[in-house]
Design a protein around this ligand. Structure first.
Ligand SMILES: *Cc1c(COP(=O)(O)O)cnc(C)c1O
Length: 386
């Protein structure tokens, strides 16, 4: 079939799921100079760039300490290694999260204990968490999913009474605060918090990178040793750690980008408001479409996630129109093959299982334009009207 466009027809608007080259273009001059400076320095792993980034990150997040690491997954691993978690220990995690939250527990020989989520925020359900605590519970890992804080007041009321350490999985939530206009930031509630700088995250490196925030001096010092094979001084090993180091080039990139993060978060929140308004105008609630619920403080919209009936058909409809979208996550962790030995059953965590069928993340990034957002919502409206 051949199509002849009339000269006045507007070009079809495509909307990529992300636009990392556009984000780079904005910072090209500043980054180029830094990248060349690192290249010329010959100091490629750790060093002054990493120390400077850690200080900037600590000051931004308001935590006691910040440790630059190889990834967000490694941050979770190092936190649990510092807490000496291993075989026979249990760690409570939400079943609806990225795999790394629970995979790291199993890698240490401990047992992840899964808990269902709240239906509106997709974050861990604190009443169910409290019910799963046993004498073997050695930590809990709330996840601030999509960029919104878990219910940390309720969680800490439970864990403090039982002296159970808390590791916040803040990999999606750098900059989330307990009030819309400020207050404590993600990473200031627990003993530890993991951050990820995977390129698609709100603060993204140009490769893998992460950080571990810590609010306890002794635990931070242990984590710092674990990052470089537990050595102090060099080649004298006090603990069995690993290679969890951060590259200088990533630290240099992150230091520059961190200065822009507040502006980018504001841009994400503006785009979320526009989506909310456009969905309201499109009157999709009667079709069962639900927009995100902001319940706790400043949501940083790492993802703008709707609930959508017939989700998988909608994904295909959007793709045919050149609109990217993502499903985070299609299968809760308690139903993953690799955890079959833990004995969980389908139907056990109905809120997470329904979320896995319905969630859809729409394009969300500071470079997203209003015409692109209108194209996204128009396409979704057309799908439910058809
Ligand atoms: C991205 C992410 C991680 C892991 O981070 P990496 O840097 O990719 O290892 C862990 N937990 C959550 C919730 C994440 O979104």
């Amino acid at each position: 079939m051949s199509v002849t466009a009339s000269p006045t027809a507007p070009a079809a608007i495509t909307v990529p799921p992300l636009n990392l080259p556009a984000a780079f273009a904005e910072l090209r001059e500043e980054l180029s100079a830094e990248l060349l400076a690192v290249a010329a320095s010959g100091m490629y792993v750790m060093g002054a760039k990493v120390t400077a980034f850690e200080e900037a990150l600590r000051a931004y997040c308001g935590s006691r300490h910040a440790l630059g690491l190889s990834s967000g997954t490694d941050a979770l691993l190092v936190a649990m290694m510092a807490l000496n978690i291993g075989p026979g220990d249990e760690v409570i995690v939400p079943t609806f999260t990225f795999f790394g939250t629970a995979g790291t527990v199993s890698r240490l020989g401990a047992t992840p204990v899964f808990v269902d989520i709240e239906p509106d925020t997709f974050n861990i359900d604190i009443a169910q968490l409290a019910a799963r605590i046993t004498p073997r519970t050695r930590a809990v890992i709330p996840v601030h999913l999509y960029g919104q804080l878990a219910d940390m007041d309720a969680l800490l009321a439970v864990t403090r009474a039982k002296r159970i350490p808390v590791i916040e999985d803040a990999c999606q939530a750098i900059g989330a605060t307990e009030r819309v206009d400020g207050g404590r930031m993600a990473g200031c509630f627990g003993e530890f918090a993991s951050l990820s700088f995977y390129p698609t995250k709100n603060l993204g490196a140009m490769g893998d990178a992460g950080a571990l925030l810590c609010n306890d001096d002794a635990l931070h010092e242990t984590a710092r040793l674990l990052r470089t094979h537990g050595e102090n001084p060099r080649y004298y090993h006090r603990l069995i750690g690993g290679n969890f180091r951060l590259d200088a080039i990533q630290a240099a990139i992150l230091t520059i980008k961190l200065r822009r993060l507040e502006a980018w978060t504001a841009a994400r929140r503006e785009r979320a408001s526009l989506y909310n308004r456009l969905f309201g105008e499109a009157q999709l609630a009667s079709a069962g479409v639900r927009t995100p619920v902001e319940r706790r403080g400043r949501h940083t919209y790492h993802q703008y996630v709707i609930r959508a009936p017939r989700r998988d058909d909608l994904v295909r409809h959007l793709a045919a129109r050149g609109i990217g979208s993502g499903v985070y996550y299609p299968l809760p962790l308690h139903l993953q093959d690799c955890f079959a030995n833990l004995g969980y059953k389908a139907g056990q965590f109905p809120v997470a299982e329904q979320a896995a069928r319905e969630v859809l993340a729409l394009p969300m990034y500071p470079e997203l334009t209003e015409p692109q957002q209108r194209a996204v919502v128009d396409a979704i409206r057309d799908f439910y009207r058809a």
